[in-house]
Design a protein around this ligand. Structure first.
Ligand code: ZN
Ligand code: ZN
Length: 227
């Protein structure tokens, strides 16, 4: 049993640059520009920014110090998501990073992003408990009967939606990325579902996961899968 935190409530506004949000304007550290896609060269959408000081007290910044930022290129000409296989971790058309929120942000111009999604400030978290699916339980040495597996999914485990920590709601098999530096299995930090707080569909109702190496925290990955 793990704790997961569901982003339960968002408000249609951008809020401060260092706020926890889906899309909208990111905090840009001194001397940096809005991150561009390495494929098309255009600014990428901010999909997620999390500020550890705004999390419920049950968790202390699971990814370490600083803001967690996730950018994803949604441009269609060229179709970077497909060209760069953005469903696989470490794609050129995505960027994951942890940045210091010290000092002032550089000036931000959201209008530079093509078809930018409306900003959504995260204003509520629901603390919940979470369980892995039957397949992941099997890999952990727990064999469920068919009835038990059915009960698990009927009760909504693993939790769907946008959540911090917990267990991944895998659409296909268990697919944790491996750290490119040490080869160890990366762990879930955040799950992003299709058409939830973000008006975006990963393939055919896919589900995506941000993961991190416990030994090398700057190694972050995002991958998604659909049915
Ligand atoms: Zn691109
Ligand atoms: Zn590592």
């Amino acid at each position: 049993m793990r704790t997961s935190l569901l982003a339960s409530c968002s408000r249609p506004q951008d809020g401060p640059l260092n706020a926890s949000k889906f899309s909208g304007a990111p905090f840009l550290p001194s001397g940096s520009k809005w991150p561009a896609c390495q494929n098309c060269g255009k600014p990428m959408q901010l999909f997620l920014q999390l500020n550890p000081s705004e999390l419920p007290e049950q968790v202390t910044s699971p990814w370490g110090e600083g803001l967690l930022q996730f950018f994803y290129c949604t441009n269609s000409e060229p179709l970077c998501e497909v060209d760069c296989e953005a469903f696989f971790p470490f794609s050129k058309s995505t960027l994951l990073r942890i940045v210091s929120a010290e000092g002032k942000s550089e000036a931000v111009d959201s209008s530079a992003v093509l078809n930018g999604f409306p900003p959504k400030l995260i204003v509520g978290w629901k603390v919940d408990h979470d369980l892995p699916n039957w397949e992941e339980l099997r890999s952990l040495g727990v064999e469920l009967t068919d009835e038990e597996s059915e009960e698990l999914s009927e009760k909504g485990f693993p939790r769907s939606g946008e959540k911090l920590l917990g267990w991944p709601a895998w659409v296909q098999g268990v697919e944790y990325p491996q750290c490119p530096e040490c080869g160890s299995q990366m762990r879930l930090v955040f799950q992003i579902d299709s058409s939830g707080h973000l008006p975006y569909m990963f393939g055919d109702v896919g589900c995506g996961h941000i993961s991190q190496c416990a030994i090398h925290p700057s190694n972050l990955a995002f991958g998604w899968a659909c049915g």
